[in-house]
Design a protein around this ligand. Sequence first.
Ligand SMILES: Cc1cc2nc3c(=O)[nH]c(=O)nc-3n(C[C@H](O)[C@H](O)[C@H](O)COP(=O)(O)OP(=O)(O)OC[C@H]3O[C@@H](n4cnc5c(N)ncnc54)[C@H](O)[C@@H]3O)c2cc1C
Length: 401
Amino acid sequence: MPKTTCAIVGGGPAGMVLGLLLARAGVEVTLLEKHADFLRDFRGDTVHPSTLTLLDELGLWDRFAALPQSKLERAELNLGGQPVTLIDFGRLRQPHPYIAMVPQWDLLNLLAEAAQSEPTFTLLLEHEVTGLLRVGERVTGVRYRSPAGEGELTADLTVACDGRGSIVRADSGLPVREFPVPFDVWWFRLPRECDGEYSLIPRIVPGGLVIMIPREGYFQVAYMIPKGSDPELRARGLAVFKAELADLIPEAEVSTLTCWDDVKLLDARLNRLKRWYTDGLLCIGDAAHAMSPMGGVGINLAVQDAVGAATLLADPLRRGDVRRRDLVAVQRRRLPAAVLTQSVQRILHRKLVQRVLGGAAPQPPAALARVVRRLPWLAAIPAYAVGMGVRPEHAPPFARR
Ligand SMILES: Cc1cc2nc3c(=O)[nH]c(=O)nc-3n(C[C@H](O)[C@H](O)[C@H](O)COP(=O)(O)OP(=O)(O)OC[C@H]3O[C@@H](n4cnc5c(N)ncnc54)[C@H](O)[C@@H]3O)c2cc1C
C-alpha cells in the first residue's frame, strides 16, 4: 500500500499552505484534492496583511505581486449621511497595510507551484477522500476515489483541510458544536462595467444585505437571504428578485441573470470541533471551525492554522514520532483565535444580519459616528482584528526563502 508521512486532505488555503511549509521542512507530504484544478468560485478573494507578510517571508512576494489584484485600504460606513472610515488598514504598522483582492484560484495555483518545486511534495488532483483508514482507534491514512479507481494511502499523520463539509471530520466522529446562522448566501455574477469599490462592509437596505467582490470583468455577488428561505424565494419568480436587486444595486446590470441556475445557493455555517484531533488525525481551517463569510476572515484564519500547525509538527513528523501532545499543542495555539473570531461573527449575525433580513432599517448609533470622527485612529483597532487576526503567525525559519 502506498505510504506518505503526512497526508493532507483538501487543497484550499489551509491545505496548500500546510503542504508547502511541511515540504520545505523536508517532510514527505501528499496532498489529495478532489477537483481537477483550483478554478472554483465558491470562495472569497481576500488576502489579508498577515498573509501578505507571510508570502513575503516565504520568498513568494514577487510572484504574488504579479497576480491581477486590487487593493482595499479602508472600509467606510455611511453614518448620518456622511462616510466614516470604520476600518483603516493604512494605520497598521505592517509592510503591506491593505487587503489584496486576488482570485483565490490564482493564489492557490501560486502556492501549488511553490510546493511542487519541493522534492518531498506530491499533489494528487482528482483524488476524493472517501473515508479514513484505522488500526484500532488510531487513524492510519485515507481511502480515496480517483479516475484510476479506488485506492488507499497510509500516513503517519492525516490532516483534514477539506473545509466546512469535511468528510474526514464526519468519519472521525469528533463531536461538533453547531451555532445558528440566520442566513444563506445566493452567489452569482453581474457584469462589471463601472469600477465599484469593494467593501468588507455589506451594502444594506431593510430586508437585504449584499457584498460585491470585484473580479476581472464581473462582480461576484454574495446576496444574503434568511436561512432556509431559498425554495420560497425562488417560487416568487426571477423577475421579483431582479427588481429587488436593481433597487439594492442600482448601478448594476441585472438583465444578465436569465435563469435560476445562474444563482447558486451556499449554505452558510458556523461550527467548531470540541477536539481538533485524535490519534493520527488533526483537523484545521474550516474542517475544525467552519467560518461564516461575515467579515471575510476565514481564509486568513485557515492560513494561520496551517502555519501554526507546520511550526509545531515539522520536527515530530521529521522524527516519525507525532504524539497526541503535539496535536494538543496545535489546538491550544489556534483555538483562541477561532473562538474569538467566531464570537464576533455571531454577534454580527444577531445584531446586524438577523435584524436587517427581518426588515429593520440599520441604525448605526449616532454616538459611534461622533467618536470615530473625533478619534480616527480608533479605525486601526478593527483593522488589526480583521487584517492581522487574533494570533498572527509568521513563517518558521525552515520555510523562509
Ligand atoms: C459564500 C462564502 C463567502 C466567503 N467569503 C470569504 C471571504 O471573502 N474572505 C474570507 O477570508 N473568507 C470567506 N469565506 C470563508 C472561507 O471561504 C473559508 O473560511 C476558507 O475557505 C477555509 O479554508 P480551508 O482551506 O479550511 O477550506 P476550503 O477553502 O473550503 O478548502 C477545502 C478544500 O478541500 C477540498 N475537498 C473537500 N472535500 C474533499 C475530499 N473529500 N477529498 C479531497 N478534497 C476535498 C475542496 O475541494 C477544497 O479545495 C466565505 C465563505 C462562504 C461560504
